[in-house]
Design a protein around this ligand. Sequence first.
Ligand code: LLP
Length: 422
Amino acid sequence: MKLEYRNNELHCEDVPLHELFDEFGTPLYVYSRSAFLENFHAIDRALQGIEHVTCYALKANSNLHILKALAEEGAGADVVSAGELALALKAGFAPERIVFAGVGKREDEIEFGLKEGIHCFNVESIPELQLLSLVAMRLQKKARVALRVNPDIRAGSHPYISTGLNDHKFGIPAAQAAEAFRTAASLPNLEVCGVHVHIGSQITRPEPFVETANMVASLVRDQRAAGMPITHVDVGGGFGVRYKNALRQEGLPEEAEDSPPPSAPAELIGAMLPVLKDLGCAVWLEPGRAIVADAGLLLTQVLYRKENGARRFLIVDAGMNDLLRPSLYNAYHQIVPVRLETMEHETVDVVGPVCETGDFLARERVMPRTKPRDLLAVLTAGAYGFVNASNYNSRLRPAEVLVNGDRVRVIRPRQTLEELAS
Ligand code: LLP
C-alpha cells in the first residue's frame, strides 16, 4: 500500500489518516487506488507475451468503485454468485471476460450467466454439467464449460482456505476428470473449452503452483489427444501477500516471521510459465487477495485500556463484525499507531466491542504504547475484510473510502441506525 509516516503521521498516499477519522469516523476501511491498480498490472504483466486474461476474484472485495477501476484497466472477473455477476456487469466488465465459478450454482444463476453470454462456467461436478446442459437447451444457448479439476495438491496455507485436496468439496477429482470430460462432450448445448484449477489461498511458495501447472498441462495433452478442443487453462488465484512487517519503520517492532516472506505474485506466476506457455492455450488467472489485500487498511480508535489478570487489553471500536479474519482463521494483521509518538513498546491483546471471547484483532501483540482516543491502522485488510463484515451485535457496517493522491471519495457510506432498523 502507499502507506508511510510523514513527520510521524501515517499517510495513505497524500492523505493523513487522522484527517479521515475527523471527517468520516471509525471503524473505516481505507483503500489506495494506485496500490490495487499497480498490483493488478504487476500480475497482468507477468503474463505478457502470451494470450491471457487476469480475472479479478470479486469475493475478495466487491466494492463497485474498486470494480469499476479494475474493469477500466482491462481486468476480467471471476464471480461465484448472481450477486457478483450483477456487480461485475454493472462495473463494466465485458461478459466475454467473466468466468462463473462455485460449487453450488443455482439454476437461476446458471440462467443469468447464459443470458449474459459470459465466457464460461467453471463446472465442479457431473450433476452440475447435466443441469447446465438442460438450462442451455431450454434457452437455446451454448454453454461454454471449463472443468474444475481437484489436483489433490497440498497448498500449505490455512486448512480453511486450502481447496485442492481430494477431501475438500471443490472440483472433480483428477481420477474422474476423463469421465467428466467425456460426459461434458456428450451432453447437448455444452462446449468444452477449458481446464480450471484453484488449489487454495494465501500460497506463498512457487512449488504448489508448479506442481499444479504440470498436472494441468498433462491433462490438457490427454484431453486433446482424446479429441477435446481445450483452448484455455484457468490456473485460479491464491497468490499470497505479506501480513507480517507489512510496514517497516523505526519505532515499530520487527514482527517475527514463521516462514520466509511470500514470493511476489509475478514470481509465482513466472514459475508456472515454462510449463504453460507452450500449451497453445490462453492462460486465465483469478487473483483476489494479491490485488486488493495490501491496498486496504481498517482504521479504528482505541476506546479503553484495561488489565484483567496478567493480560493487558486495548479495547478498540472495530470488532469481528468489521474484520473477521483474526477470529475465523487466527489471521495475523499488523496493527500500527496512526501517530507514532513513542518508542516504548508493550504487549497487548487488541479486542473489539463484540460480546464474544473470540472477538479480537490481535493477541499478545507487541506494539508501540497507545492510549484512549489514539487511532490504529489494521494493515493488509483490503481483501476478505469488508466483504465479511456483518451486523452482528446489531453493529453498523463500516464505511469505505478510496484515496487517490490527495483526494478522498466515500465509496460506501457508513450504515445508519435508520437503515439497520428498517
Ligand atoms: N478462484 C477461486 C475458485 C477461489 O475459490 C478463490 C478464493 C479465488 C479464485 C481467489 O483467491 P485469492 O487470490 O484471493 O487467494 N476468506 C479467506 C480466503 C478465502 C478464499 C476463497 N477462494 C481469507 O480471508 O483468507
